[in-house]
Design a protein around this ligand. Structure first.
Ligand SMILES: [Zn+2]
Ligand SMILES: [Zn+2]
Length: 383
């Protein structure tokens, strides 16, 4: 089958303390400290073999994520930009949907022909984090397209416990569109997890500030609008991304560079301040750290964007205003179902952020095109 494979040189930085297991499995927690000269290549790889507890997915649609870009891109020191768990060589791709074409004898709840979106996080269900309901933080985690083979390929074996059926969407939009929407359940779920699972204090009518109008920020925007937000203020330095945010219903989309954010947000909210701040840019030092005088009483800050620098936050302002802050990491489980239902009901339509649907053979050109960060989402269709 055809597949897109990421490779890199194993070259742990001097002083980076690897555990024995990280060294043995070449699966470091911090890819940016160990993997050098990342590159991607398209080619033929052996067809996957199916275990009895797996079903075979014919991949219909797979999105290119910011994390995929960060695995493919190197920083000034030639090391991979992505700071998380990565093994190479590996087929990447973790935002995906497809059709079940074969079912192993031990699989329950899936049949040939089912259309599904599949969780990226392969949680174990047995560790303490999983047993307490925090499956994103599984202590025995594997990540599709990061540590184990992903979906930028024609076929992928999947387990039923990570699959969510798309029939509710297909009923309204037909199978082909349901599969494209299905590939965006994962990134939309990342935003859903941050907005509605981490603090569980969302209220319709909230004034919202979203940093970053990439896919996660645009998904957050669609979700808060569907959930009855008041004013939705989006900040992104890219003009084309601001245009997309406006097309998708932002109240205003502005460039945050070189302005006093506190002042701008107070002005945009007529002096009332912001109730919900959503960081989807990965630049907390330039975003969250700068918010001090614009936070409303009982404001919430949800930090989703993955960046390297640790912000210094204005704790005194947080205490004075009763601010709650929550970090949010990926998602798995429940948000998939909720996002699929919002899509099926027409409350959110993430196709609005898709600028191209391309065959897998155009993948390398698509990664190049995304280097400018002008497109929000490109979908590859491997079959
Ligand atoms: Zn992603
Ligand atoms: Zn676990």
């Amino acid at each position: 089958m055809r597949a897109l494979t990421l490779t890199a040189e194993w070259a742990p930085k001097p002083g980076y303390d690897l555990t024995d297991s990280e060294r043995e499995r070449r699966r470091p927690r911090n890819a940016n400290m160990t993997w050098k000269q990342p590159r991607i290549a398209l080619g033929d790889v052996p067809d996957p073999t199916l275990r009895p507890d797996q079903a075979l997915l014919e991949v219909a649609a797979v999105g290119i994520c910011g994390s995929d870009m960060h695995m493919y891109e190197a920083g000034a020191d030639d090391y991979m930009v992505y700071p998380g768990l990565v093994h190479t060589p590996n087929i990447i791709g973790h935002e995906y949907s497809g059709r079940i074409v074969e079912v192993g004898p031990e699989v329950k709840g899936l049949k040939v022909g089912d259309l599904v979106a599949v969780e990226e996080i392969q949680w174990c269900g047995e560790c303490i984090a999983c047993r307490r309901g925090f499956v994103n933080h599984c202590l025995d985690i594997e990540e599709t397209g990061f540590t184990i083979p992903g979906a930028m390929a024609q076929y992928l074996p999947v387990r039923a416990k990570y699959c969510w059926k798309l029939d509710e969407i297909a009923e309204h939009y037909g199978e082909e569109e349901a599969l494209v929407m299905g590939a965006m359940v994962e990134p939309t779920g990342v935003s859903y997890q941050g907005l509605f699972y981490r603090l569980q204090n969302w209220q319709p009518g909230n004034n919202v500030v979203i940093f970053g109008a990439g896919p996660i920020g645009l998904a957050a925007q669609a979700l808060v609008i569907a959930a009855g937000a008041g004013r939705v203020i989006v900040y992104d330095p890219s003009e084309s991304r601001c245009d997309t945010a406006m097309r998708m219903g932002a109240s205003v989309a502005l460039n945050p560079l070189g302005i006093d954010l506190d002042e701008a947000i107070m002005e945009q909210t007529l002096g009332r301040g912001v109730d919900f701040v959503v960081e989807c840019a990965g630049f907390a030092k330039q975003t969250i750290e700068r918010l001090d005088r614009c936070l409303a009483v009982n404001a919430s800050i949800i930090d989703i964007g993955m960046g390297e620098a640790n912000p210094t936050v204005p704790i005194v302002a947080y205490k004075r205003m009763g601010v709650q802050y929550a970090g949010s990491l990926g998602h798995a489980g429940g948000p998939f179902q909720q996002v699929i239902r919002m899509m099926a009901a027409g409350r959110i339509d993430m196709r609005k952020m898709v600028s191209a649907r391309l065959p897998l053979d155009d993948a390398i050109a698509a990664f190049k095109r995304l280097e400018s960060r002008e497109d929000a989402k490109i979908i590859l269709q491997p079959n």
